[in-house]
Write a protein that binds this ligand. Sequence first.
Ligand code: CP
Length: 312
Amino acid sequence: MQLKSRHLLGIEELAPEEITLILDTAESFAEISQREIKKVPTLRGQTVINLFFEPSTRTRTSFELAEKRLSADSLNFSPGTSSVVKGETLLDTARNLEAMNPDFIVMRHAMPGAAHFLSRACKSSIINAGDGSHEHPTQALLDAYTIRQKKGRIGGLKIAIVGDILHSRVVRSNLFLWQRMGADVTVVGPSTLMPLGIERLGAKVSHRMDEAVEGADVIMMLRIQMERQGRGYFPSVREYFSLFGLTEQRVRRAQPDVIIMHPGPINRGVEISSRVADGPYSVILDQVTNGIAVRMAVLYLLAGGSPREAAA
Ligand code: CP
């Protein structure tokens, strides 16, 4: 089996069997990062441009490491030192980069739909590394990989995802994925941070943190986007933390083997206490580790690789 598209633009476009294919392929790539020489020749001769118009720590580093471990030639494009600052459009920037014949463009952009736009204009495979509040597909895939690694399955699990649902691309990608894989999902947050119609993506909605985490197998916390605080989505950080912050007391309401996830970056004392973020149920750094294998699998499969030959 192979992926149907040569782009990865969102989870919305993926069938359940394609999600499983990526996760299974990532399992065979995970071992490479444990080797003394963390490199295979799989994508030798292929070129990847990492085009990040928004800040990133995890996604950009993880893609770059995945590319290097597959022996691809990769380069990081920095808009701040490019002709973008002279007024060049996204399309013209992309066309100029395309003229140098890359095989992949990995792009993060503030505009929802930017990766879809690029995929219509470019011959290269486009990978969406986050487009505004729309989708962040590789984050959802690495989250799914981590859940499967820790729990052995996704179907049937009770998952609570808490925080700024309104602005989160991670929520949308994860809801598409979890719904497709049969999880029971509740989104939790203040009504000001809850988009209208979110139920249509297959989630229950709750505004009561204590109830929503009761018996949960997985709790995923989301960053409160402090840069938007000026708009008055909630009265104060102190009040937000008291109503929706994840504390040890609230963790005790969940299943005894609950896992605590967060896509990062975390705001300690805003949406999660340090004791929970660094505590025994936290898999936040496992998510980061798993991101490399998942991104290796995505690059490999989009290049037309067969799961049987992965990591050979
Ligand atoms: N999870 C995530 O997208 O983190 P970065 O913004 O650091 O890439």
